[in-house]
Design a protein around this ligand. Structure first.
Ligand code: 5GP
Length: 126
């Protein structure tokens, strides 16, 4: 059941296809809850996307409909990916775009992990 006012999950979205192994991705981490792979158009020296295995359109959908185990397992995986990538000491940023104003393009919930340089201000002007 989709969250009220949001579209239903689209099985043809690009991250669903990556999860099914239909198109390749440069995987850096996977476990029971999450898959992490390099963004195809990196915006920092490290730019990794972490996605839950479940069919959730967005952060709103995931946090409303996901089980405690899925939510806990997913966010532990985000931390594990950052650790594995050697980003804890220098630091990093995580970001999730949600909906139109958030600039979300792919309708499968994902967290961006950025690192490898000083990342400047939180929200760009404009
Ligand atoms: P959004 O704007 O939805 O938060 O971010 C979607 C991200 O997915 C973008 O940073 C974009 O570069 C990335 N992306 C789109 N298509 C692909 C793809 O086929 N493979 C990978 N690895 N990343 C993709």
């Amino acid at each position: 059941m989709p969250v009220s006012g949001l579209p239903p999950y689209d099985d043809a979205n690009i991250f669903a296809r990556i999860l099914r192994g239909e198109i390749p991705a440069k995987t850096v981490f996977e476990d029971e809850w999450a898959l992490a792979f390099h963004d195809i158009a990196p915006q920092a020296p490290v730019h990794v996307l972490i996605i839950p295995r479940g069919k959730y359109c967005s952060f709103a959908d995931f946090t409303a409909q996901g089980s405690e185990a899925e939510i806990g397992g997913f966010f532990r995986a985000v931390g594990a990916v950052a650790r594995q990538m050697g980003l804890e000491a220098p630091g990093y940023r995580i970001l999730a775009n949600m909906g139109e104003h958030g600039g979300q393009e792919v309708p499968h919930f994902h967290v961006h992990l950025f690192g490898g340089r000083s990342l400047g201000r939180m929200v760009p002007a404009g």
